[in-house]
Each structure stands twice: as C-alpha cells, then as structure tokens.
Design a protein around this ligand. Sequence first.
Ligand SMILES: Nc1ncnc2c1ncn2[C@@H]1O[C@H](COP(=O)(O)OP(=O)(O)OP(=O)(O)O)[C@@H](O)[C@H]1O
Ligand SMILES: [Mg+2]
Length: 332
Amino acid sequence: MPEILGARELVVALGGGRRGLLGRRTAAVRAVDGVSLSIAEGETFGIVGESGCGKTTLARTLLGLQREATGEILLDGRRASGRAPPAARRDRAAVQYVHQDPGAALDPWWRVGATMDEGLRIHGVRDAGQRAARIAEMLEAVGLDAAMAVRYPHELSGGQQRRIGLARILLLRPRVVILDEPTAGLDLSVQAAVLRLLRDLRGRFGLTYVFISHDLSVVRRVCDRIAVMYLGRIVEEGSAEQVFAAPRHPYTRALLAAAPHLDGRASTAPPLTGDPPSLRAVPPGCRFHPRCALARAECAVTPPPTDTVAAGHAVACHRWRETVDAPEKVPA
Ligand SMILES: Nc1ncnc2c1ncn2[C@@H]1O[C@H](COP(=O)(O)OP(=O)(O)OP(=O)(O)O)[C@@H](O)[C@H]1O
Ligand SMILES: [Mg+2]
C-alpha cells in the first residue's frame, strides 16, 4: 500500500526561551530528534516506548498542533509541513487525534452531543437536522445509544468516554487516526471491547491508525508494524512479527523481557537497569548505552546508524548482530 503519512528526519524542540523559576532561561529540549516514519494506507502502525520518550509530541507534530524545528511531514506523498499551527492543523484535517486523556478532550460543561455538533458546525455542515442525523449515526457506529448525546462527560464511564472520543473525530471523516494510549486505564474486558471496536471502525471507514501505547501486549494484538522509541528517536522498527519474535535492539529486548507473558522465547535479555532517561541530559553516542548490557566503548561515542536487519526491519544499534547470535548475559 502507498504511504499515507510520513515523517523525514523530524526534529521537535520544546520549551526554551521561556523564563523558569527565579527568572532563569529554560533550555529547549529535543523531544523528537530525527524521526523518520512511513505509514502505509490501511495499516495500524504502533509506536511504543517508555513515558516521556516523545510519543505524544511526535503525534502533536504529525497533526500540525506543534511545529517541527526541522524535517518534513508528508501526507499522500506531498509535503505537509513548514507552516505553523493553526494553519498547519487545518492543512492536515485528514489526520485526527484521539486524546491520551479522553476526558480532557471533552468540554465538561457541554453535553457530549453539543461538543460533537460544534465540531461538525466548524467543519461547515450548516444544516442542523443533517448534523443531528450524522451524530446519531456515529453514536450507533461506536456502539452507543443515541440517548448518550444528552449526557455530560463526567456521566460517562472510561469506555464510554473512549467511544465518544472516537465518534467525535470520525464525524470529521478522517483518513488517519492517531490513537494516543487508547486503552490506558481501562480494565481488561473494556479494553478488549475498545480494541474490537477499533478494528470494526478501521474496516468500516477505511482508516489508517497510528497506535501509541506503552502496553506491549495491546500493541502486539493490533499493530501491523511497530516503531520502538527511546529518548526522542526510533531505535527499532519492523513488522509486529519481526519486533516481537526477533527483536534486535537491546532496548526492545529488555522491554519484552519485562513482559514475560509476551516473550515466548524465554528471553535471556537483561532487564532494564539505570535511571529512566532525561531529555535534559541526553547521553552522547547511543542514547541507550548507559542502560545497555552490551555497550562497548564506541557506543558511548558514536551514535549508531540505522541498519537493515531484513526487509522492513531496521535497527539503530552498533551491536545488533550480537543480540541473537550471542544472547546477552545478565551482568554480574
Ligand atoms: N512544553 C514543554 N517544554 C519542555 N519540555 C516538554 C514540554 N512538553 C513536554 N515536554 C517533555 O518532552 C518529553 C516528551 O513528552 P511526551 O509527552 O511527548 O512523552 P510521551 O512519550 O507521550 O510520554 P507518556 O507516555 O507519559 O504520555 C518529556 O520529557 C516531557 O517532559
Ligand atoms: Mg504521551
């Protein structure tokens, strides 16, 4: 399938210039630092990584809510970046976002039907009857009763809020939907229902998903391809099969080892050690090296190139050739 949404060497700087406590200047951090992605039409593309690695920032930049410092975003093969919000956001209306915190995306003082109606009105649907019909139809599509429209956000369960969040953006007829932690905080049965719904909607509306999550078991269930992010960079990318059955980056292997129920290979990868990384002190060389059991001198000096492991499977690690042939030893 052709690329629908792409990023080339995307760099996003946050903060900086503002005065912090005591009037000090705060330094900018590069929350996304050289990310390239190619998302094919119709697929579900997963982005995984620890809290703070830059997933939401990447999403906001793809959406045009946050301006990139350098690099390009492509929509249908055409350059879509270069403008600042809000113009950038308008240009990319075909890309919609389901918020990490579903409650935060809804106005607490408005009935959910009114929020949905407002979205349609802004998008130029003038006829109130038409708007009401589309809202009722969309509530049905996400498995909710039309009577939900008169509820306030706080009157909804977590699962219902997720469904409303989906209905609200699907009304705008997106082609790409970025789902930010769509199952976080839901219990397992509700989670399963939301994942089934997402699959139905993808088929019914011909959607492409960017699925952001730190939950590997969820990502494995729904994603066709997966990118693993670490401190603003993508360290490994491949099909779900490649990333789960033959991970090559020590970070990916450590994440999987920490989720033993997923790791049918009885992993020998050492678990993650050391402090979670901070953008305020990005290690030189390979960003993962302070936590990596395989690190050698060059890893602390030279950033690793992105190598091709197999067709569609790429890894940025100096030592990936050793991760399968000579399984890691847990350091003494
Ligand atoms: N306005 C800002 N100024 C400076 N730093 C920021 C700003 N907003 C976010 N950050 C930092 O950027 C980094 C990336 O944040 P982001 O929200 O993209 O991470 P995330 O991967 O989505 O995390 P989570 O899994 O917790 O949602 C974090 O270290 C965060 O503290
Ligand atoms: Mg986030």
